[in-house]
Design a binder for this molecule. Sequence first.
Ligand code: FAD
Length: 489
Amino acid sequence: MSSSKIPCTLVWLRQDLRLIDNPALFHAAKRGQLITVYIFDEDCSGKRRTGQACLWWLYHSLKSLRNQLSQWNIPLIVKSGKDAFTILKELLDSYNADAIYWNRCYEPFEYNRDCSIEEKLKMENVTVETYQDRVLFEPWTIKTAKGGPVQIYVHFWNQCLSLPQPRKPYDKPKFKNQTGCQSKCDEPAVWQRLAKLSQDMPMKLQDFWHPGEEQAISKLKSFIKNSLNAYAEKSQCLRLNTTSNLSPYLHFGEISPFTVWHSVRHASSSAEPPAVKSESLKQYLRSLGWREYTCHLLFHYPDLPQKCFRSSFEQLKLQVDPVKLQSWQQGNTGYPVVDAGMRQLSVAGIMPNRLRMIVASFLIKHLLVPWQKGEEWFWSKLIDADLAQNAFNWQWAAGSGPNACPYFRVFNPITQGEKFDADGYYVRKWIPELAALPNAYIHKPWEAPSTVLKKANIVLGKTYPRPIVQHKAARELALATFGQTKRKQ
Ligand code: FAD
């Protein structure tokens, strides 16, 4: 049944929950009347089920965008179901819409589904327009001389940098003539379900995060003003908030990589102080490059989240020790820097990149747990959980991925802590029971004399665990175990 006689455009929103630099919305707005839809696929047919922390973010992000759109009388309809084609077709019919626009996604399941939906809709005489949005360089634009995917990051990034600059961001759409297609197709039950899932969240995400486009822009501005200049020297330091913290906003598309790219470049070329050091700008763009690279890899290697990229690692057949795995998940390994990171993850849904590398190495190399177990845990807890970025980085830590950390690199959790959290600020913040321990022992409490432990109110094995493995022995075992992959290659 038609609810409106005026033809309109349906915009299918996915990982682009924003108004600024949203090409699909921008172009649809120029046509006139529009409605927007988000399809929540709880059953996740073929797609990984959304992680716990991300569900919370998704709900708040949708709410924020719905409020923004309602100012122009534009409905954001949230539907649930796995058959996206049928849902879209019904909406097109209900609203008498003759066109559908969306921004392209590149995860293999989504990409294939979208191609098939596009084909079917075109056969039904629906106008379909899709746009580049999620990445600066689409996965098929970067190739080896033979036309295949590029596996080495430096080669990938150099090729990206040799191409014309990514396009400039689009302005906010100029919505016109919105008579307010009432969202009679809305399903309040889906909103309620999302709200419930988000409320059931045991983490304290609301104390740390504010999803939404406005926050994303404000984070970017504050990063440019306060931290971009020192990014090259300080981005690994655990004490300071020196990185952009944009990862969840980029993941949900509350800000586009084009906006970030051009804003940081503009800041570095602007005459206004503080001038941004070129090395910091280069390194920050390189970080964005890792995001591009992981998307490229997942597009070409859809098994990346499940299977070792290097087959010799598949044969290792590591066993999961459930007790050790649980100690790691709960931040009770007895290595303060590892435990602080894991506790931050469980409470705030995030962890600095340096620490992600340390805890991943610890799980795989010290505890000999398959990387997939860590990837799954991160998936449920991270507010920026992203299929490509998470899978690639876990395979990097395991040594099994393309362009990975060599198998013999075993992060030392004591020296890493001493180097990147020299004054123990980070450990004290997330493990308050160690707060009174002097700096000399903050990353190795087991070496503290009993008088020092007593003064700090610490009873090892009671108030804080003893190390669950000895670093030296664990390292030797890891080298022997992972060394087998070398012989098999
Ligand atoms: P910044 O330093 O400000 O960097 C800017 C942006 O560049 C980030 O927001 C991110 O989009 C991208 N970026 C930076 N480093 C990397 C990297 N190594 N790989 C891919 N992209 C990168 N990042 C996620 O967004 N989602 C994940 O699920 C995820 N899982 C990870 C798992 C492990 C084991 C490791 C080692 C890293 C993982 N990362 C993941 C990458 C990285 O840790 C985060 O992107 C980064 O910490 C986010 O903080 P930021 O936004 O302040 O980063």
